[in-house]
Write a protein that binds this ligand. Structure first.
Ligand code: HT7
Ligand code: ZN
Length: 858
């Protein structure tokens, strides 16, 4: 079968305790000589099959004797050696690879003259032959040799053992990594890079050298990355008692990179946009994200590297856990309530969308074709939510004890999700590990229903809860999950009872006694702090929801309730039946939020933000996209007009804080973006001239806020500010991507495809996934011409998909999910989309993209 299945897992026939690699970098190719120390474990085999793709074999040796050609067979993706008599031997493979010809950004490739590697998940096999699976852990020694002018910097994992000058202006360096690691954590970088140095003293007083390598000229942008790294190192010591284990930590910034970053042992490689940052070039949100990703990759040193995954079905063991840790970190160093709100929003918008569509899968999938397609928000963010629930269920003391136990038990080994959960639940009597693990096997978003039964005389409130899963195909989906529910019972304005209850069966009753309430029926809010990754339904009326907006303090619940109102208002308008009563009352509530001087301004910005098309799209059925865009524009206009006075007042109040240095002033800057957008949509000319001045601001947050607030405002000023931004930033490729994105959002008219000229722009770099994503993702989520009624937008994007899939399958197989909800669209959009998908399918596509397409139309 074309699927790799979890149930087929078998240990490999050999162990590879040591690897010696020799890289000779020449002009057009790299000679790679690998010596694998092989120890046979399966006495019944005489064969050895290693993975390997696009490697030219020059010679093979076993213990220095040449293997004649008839004893080995090279196929497209592997190498088979037969009749091996020895149990322990050294296999030497001399191969040649061509990084300059590699556009996939996997294995070894070149980016702006710099040679770099990306081995996760299965890229190592494009560098050398290997079992290339995460349960083979080896000690690596690596020699790199290259021309001194072209490649002055030569990096790999671990410590430098030796450095020498050679003849012909060449040099060599030998790296040794003392910690056994799987092949996906191997890395090599060679090129002209400048190094910014710093250091960190660990809690046991060890000095760790920090070196950040960037292209010449970019040195001035690395201070944020350095301070983020040092914060992360300290936090991991304080929170998890985990100390860095080597005396050198390198980070390299690379322009052409498929994902955010990679946690290679002691040599993290980052997409430049996640290293090069300061408040002049980077928004507040990006600064926080960069800090979070640097932390994430650093935290992998223990959760992923020292304890790794047995197989790729366990991917969430390292990714879910490390996301959980980076979310905790950001919550600790910034505002935990806002962070929770942001994480819940992200999950609901992205993971719920994925889980209700054709590519829905469990956090521990049962099968896959291309593992690269499984670096999903389900594995990462839902994986993190599951660990958050575990933490909540066993409480902090047990959680951290279990965690430490997990680390010490599996240090230097490859582990499974089962083993992790067992360690956390080891000393717990209330939670059955077997039942909890169902979270990893179900797909789809579980749904919980609540009903209140109020007995005023007995002062007894009963809450009936039931759970179900909308997806029936997966047999595990019929089993009940263990669901922690944070709830609040509001008896009146001043009396609130907060509780965590645990739903363990399909139906359950929770009884609360001695409830004295003046309300007709006590008001209950569920899943406060978004305590479980589920959807829910309750008997709360809209009248009561207005009360929630008065009584609640929990940021998530407030923002969720506001979202319910926006959705209701949008739905009524889509039905051509605007509910003016609710609209007016809701607007009055928003006014009281604006007038509340104590409210967190980031939260206020959240409450005042009308949902975007992408948010609505992920939650609706029978979608009419053009109508949705129109309704959202109308609402921005209406709310901007009705809230004008209060918004102007708030604007004045916060303007003095705009110049503060991040993280100071970030809430004010976030709010100003929301206010600008609303006011601009209310046809306010005064605000227009005010905003334009900020496009040139020395705060990128304000500059981009100014630029983006014009995205859907068709006026001559839009072109002017776009030009100002372009001319200022055209030589900074990281910043310029925002300009590409802004322009991809602009609708000229319903027929004109405004974005083709972006691909023709001299500054467009077709090899840069960042730019490609900036244009494509924005066009499909923020530009309604994508949904042109004649299907031309879909056809246009189809062509881009086919072209770019040849260059970079990882980027395209992710992007193609834009068509995954075609079934939720109304006609003619649905048929147009389906037709487009079928047309795309007729082309020769990468296996990555094909697997996703097959899921979309079975
Ligand atoms: N662990 C890293 C994943 C990753 C990746 C996966 C497939 C292809 C390219 C990739 N680059 C990085 C990043 C992380 O989650 O930390
Ligand atoms: Zn990760």
């Amino acid at each position: 079968s074309k699927y790799i299945k979890l149930e087929d897992y078998k240990v490999f026939d050999y162990e590879i305790p040591e690897i010696f690699m020799d890289f000779v970098i020449n002009k057009n190719a790299v000679n790679v000589t690998t010596k694998l120390k092989l120890v046979k474990k399966n006495k019944n085999t005489k064969n050895l099959i290693l993975d390997g793709t696009d490697i030219l074999i020059k010679k093979l040796f076993i213990d220095d004797s040449l293997i004649e050609k008839q004893y080995y067979k090279q196929q497209k993706n592997n190498l088979k050696i037969e009749n091996i008599k020895k149990d322990i031997f050294l296999l030497k493979i001399e191969g040649i690879i061509k990084p300059k010809e590699n556009t996939s950004l996997l294995g070894m490739y070149e980016s702006n003259g710099i040679i770099t590697t990306q081995c996760e998940a299965e890229g190592f096999r494009r560098i050398s032959f290997h079992a290339d699976r995460p349960d083979i852990l080896s000690k690596y020694t690596v020699r790199i040799e290259a021309d001194k002018n072209d490649y002055p910097v030569l990096l790999s994992n671990g410590n430098v053992l030796k450095e020498n000058n050679l003849t012909n202006n060449r040099h060599e360096i030998i790296w040794e990594d003392p910690y056994p690691k799987p092949s996906y954590l191997f890395a090599l970088v060679a090129g002209k890079l400048n190094c910014v140095k710093d250091n960190f003293i660990t809690k046991s007083n060890k000095k760790v050298k920090i070196n950040i390598y960037v292209e010449y000229g970019d040195e001035k942008y690395v201070q944020h990355a350095i301070s983020s790294l040092k914060k992360s190192m300290k936090w991991d010591e304080d929170k998890y008692n985990l100390e860095y284990d080597l005396s050198l930590f390198n980070i390299v910034a690379i322009r052409h990179f498929n994902m955010g970053a990679m946690e290679n042992k002691s040599l993290n490689i980052f997409n430049s946009k996640l290293i090069l940052a300061n408040s002049e070039t980077t928004t507040d949100e990006e600064l926080e994200r960069i800090e979070g990703v640097i932390a994430h990759e650093y935290f992998h040193n223990w959760t992923g590297n020292r304890v790794t995954c047995r197989d790729w079905f366990q991917l969430s063991l390292k990714e879910g856990l490390t996301v959980f840790r980076d979310q905790q970190f950001t919550a600790d160093v910034h505002n935990s309530e806002i962070k929770r709100l942001d994480d819940a929003k992200f999950l609901r918008r992205n993971q719920f969308r994925e889980d209700s569509g054709p590519t829905s899968h469990p956090v521990m999938p049962e099968k896959y074709q291309e593992i690269d397609n499984f670096y999903t928000t389900t594995i990462y963010e839902k994986g993190s939510e599951i660990i958050r629930m575990l933490n909540k269920l066993v409480k902090d003391e047990n959680f951290y004890k279990g965690f430490s136990n997990y680390i010490s038990t599996y240090d230097g080994k490859a582990a499974t999700i089962d083993q992790f959960v067992d360690k956390i639940l080891e000393h717990n009597k209330e939670i059955d590990p077997k039942k909890f693990k169902i979270w990893y096997k179900q797909n789809g978003t579980p749904k919980v229903k609540f009903k209140r039964i109020w007995d005023q005389t007995d002062e007894k409130l009963t809450i009936e809860a039931s759970q179900s899963n909308p997806i029936k195909k997966n047999l595990y989906n019929d089993l009940p999950l263990i669901i922690p529910i944070n709830l609040a019972i509001f008896c009146d304005e001043n009396k609130t009872i907060e509780k965590t209850v645990v739903l363990k069966t399909k139906k359950q009753e929770f009884v609360f006694r001695n409830i004295r309430s003046h309300l007709q029926i006590p008001l209950v809010t569920y899943f406060r702090e978004f305590s479980s990754p589920v959807e829910w339904e309750s008997d709360t009326t809209f009248e009561e929801k207005f009360l929630i907006l008065r009584y609640e303090k929990d940021f998530f619940t407030l923002s969720n309730t506001v979202k319910v109102f926006y959705k209701k208002i949008i739905l009524c308008r889509l039905d051509e039946k605007p509910d003016h009563k609710i609209e007016n009352k809701f607007i009055s509530t928003l006014i009281s939020f604006i007038k509340n001087r104590d409210i967190n301004l980031s939260l206020l910005s959240e409450l005042l933000s009308i949902p975007t098309f992408a948010e609505i799209e992920s939650e609706m059925e029978n979608l009419d996209p053009l109508k949705i865009y129109k309704t959202i524009d109308e609402l921005n206009h209406l709310f901007g007009t009705k809230l004008k006075e209060e918004l102007y007042f708030k604007l004045q109040e916060i303007e003095t804080s705009l110049d503060k240095v991040w993280p100071e002033g970030k809430n004010e800057r976030k709010l100003i973006e929301t206010i600008w957008k609303l006011l601009l949509h209310s046809d306010d000319e005064e605000i227009k001239s005010k905003i334009i001045n900020y496009v040139d601001s020395n705060s990128m947050t304000l500059a981009k806020a100014a630029l983006n607030s014009f995205s859907r405002i068709n006026c001559p000023e839009r072109k002017i500010i776009s030009n100002i931004f372009f001319n200022k930033w055209k030589n900074n490729s990281v910043v310029l991507d925002s300009w590409f994105s802004f322009n991809a959002s602009i609708e000229i008219d319903e027929k004109t495809n405004s974005i083709e000229k972006l691909f023709e722009n001299t500054y467009f770099d077709s090899k840069s996934p960042n730019t490609l994503r900036a244009i494509l993702n924005t066009f499909v989520t923020r530009n309604s011409t994508f949904h042109a009624i004649d299907g031309s937008g879909y056809k246009y994007i189809a062509k881009k998909i086919i072209d770019f899939d040849k260059l970079n399958p990882i980027v395209i197989s992710r992007f193609i999910k834009v068509f995954s909800r075609y079934n939720y669209y109304s006609e003619p959009y649905k048929s147009n989309m389906l037709e487009t998908i079928k047309q795309i399918k007729k082309n020769k596509l990468s296996t990555n993209t094909k697997e996703v397409l097959d899921a979309i139309i079975e």
